[in-house]
Design a binder for this molecule. Structure first.
Ligand code: GAR
Length: 220
């Protein structure tokens, strides 16, 4: 029996191109999910306009309206829970999230990060890969834990760093791969094939020894 579409909430702080890729995959029939909420910490985020255009409920919460991070995250995550979401996808959400808010979502929250984690947690990943002289760069999808960009890895996409590359050229070459990587990883979650166990990621009930890699025909 085909499982019911997974109810998904997405958090995004910026333009929302990864959100757009998720919506496009849903529309193409390759991602059996129902988007129940798109939330942002920025009322001006392009992601919110994309969601409105797609008929997805939106939420903009301004962190300045809260005394501290835990208070903001408590409200945000209460609203996400109220949406009925079963999975929360961070698609360019640029805030650190309080551990207490994350705890009930263990195994049900994933993030896309523009580096080959565990390299370059945090910001300015393209610049740091160039400064380090890396010959390879990429993006990762991982389960989110209280350790910033440190949760168990699910899948990665790789690009070669070329002579003459700068931050912009790396970002431009990586982004289209992110747009395939994130929907493919979320599709595995929607198919209930991925889980977070005590010892790490499980795929079809078996430990995932290394992150899946995005190839020409999807994740392998
Ligand atoms: C993406 O490149 C994503 O990997 C990155 O932000 C961008 C969002 O673009 N995420 C992070 O840096 C998270 N730390 P988008 O708004 O067009 O999807």
């Amino acid at each position: 029996m085909t499982p019911a579409p997974l109810k998904v909430a997405v958090l995004a702080s910026g333009r929302g191109s990864n959100l757009a890729a998720l919506i496009a995959a849903r529309d193409a029939g390759t991602l059996p999910v129902e988007f129940v909420l798109v939330g942002s910490d920025k009322a001006s985020a392009g992601a919110l306009r994309l969601a409105e255009d797609a008929g997805i409920p939106t939420l903009a919460l301004n962190p300045k309206g809260y005394p501290d991070r835990p208070a903001f995250d408590r409200e945000l995550f209460a609203r996400i829970a109220a949406s009925g979401a079963e999975l929360l996808v961070l698609a360019g959400f640029m805030r650190v999230i309080d551990g207490a808010a994350l705890a009930p979502w263990a195994g049900r929250i994933v993030n896309i990060h523009p580096s080959l984690l565990p390299k370059y947690r945090g910001l300015h990943t393209h610049r740091r890969a160039l400064e380090a002289g890396d010959t390879e760069h990429g993006a990762s999808v991982h389960f989110v834990t209280a350790e910033l960009d440190g949760g168990p890895l699910i899948a990665q996409a790789r690009i070669v760093v070329r002579p003459g590359d700068d931050e912009n050229s790396l970002a431009a070459r990586l982004l289209p791969l992110e747009h395939r990587l994130l929907p493919a990883a979320v599709a595995l979650l929607a198919a209930r094939r991925l889980a977070l166990g005590d010892a790490g990621v499980l795929l079809d009930g078996r430990p995932l020894r290394a992150p899946l890699q995005l190839g020409e025909h999807g994740l392998q």
